[in-house]
Design a protein. Structure first.
Ligand code: SAH
Length: 193
């Protein structure tokens, strides 16, 4: 576990955030969320690292990510898991992220252009679910698609402020919730907002 965190930190330090941006690249190395067009942002690097560590990746886990955006978080998830299924609702962002991650050499990422608030039923259940857009409540479909002993990270709250939740599903299907911190993500837009 300690070793894996060190591996994640060293991978994160080598991962060029500027590679995931087409504009405002001069701000890539600031620890801030930066606009990537279409009213969306590439998340704050320190938060991406924290979330990647907190979700407890393992080499054999299947991950569902909602909100591909730039693909920056997707790269970290894919580097430390078996496979990532990532959903983005904005076509231009979906296409660019797909191009970048292919170019970076990833072959374990599956991309879908759609509303991810209902999940990706076809490949469920998922051992890990990472939501990188803010919802008013946890979408039921995502909860259902989380495997037994699975873990989900999702920002839940208003459009201005959310609690970043770590939800763990135990053997009996009961959900245990931990509040990690207060965050501000762009809104999840879709059937379940
Ligand atoms: N992890 C990304 C965060 C991007 S911001 C990064 O660091 O680049 C959140 C993303 O969620 C945006 O690209 C937005 O378009 C997307 N999004 C919002 N609602 C969504 C939905 N219902 N389904 C899929 N993607 C969604």
């Amino acid at each position: 576990m300690a070793n894996q965190n060190e591996d994640i930190i060293s991978y994160f330090q080598k991962l060029d955030r500027g590679f995931f941006m087409d504009e405002l690249k001069e701000f890539a190395y600031m620890d801030e969320a930066i606009p990537i067009g279409h009213e969306q942002t590439i998340s704050q690097p320190s938060l991406v690292l924290e979330m990647t560590v907190a979700i407890d990746l393992q080499p054999d886990v299947k991950v569902l990510e909602i909100g591909t955006g730039s693909g920056y978080q997707t790269a970290l998830l894919a580097a430390f898991s078996d496979a990532v299924y990532t959903i983005e609702r904005i076509a231009a962002l979906h296409e660019r992220a797909k191009e970048r991650l292919k170019k970076a050499g990833f072959s374990n990422i599956h991309f879908m252009l759609d509303d991810g608030s209902t999940g990706w039923e076809e490949h469920a259940p998922y051992d890990r679910i990472m939501v990188t857009a803010a919802a008013a409540q946890v979408p039921r479909g995502l909860m259902d698609q989380l495997a037994i002993r699975g873990k989900m990270i999702i920002p839940v709250g208003t459009s201005l402020l959310q609690e970043l939740l770590l939800l763990e599903k135990d053997e009996d299907g009961e959900i245990h919730k931990t509040v990690l911190e207060e965050v501000r993500f762009v809104p999840l837009k879709g059937k379940y907002e």
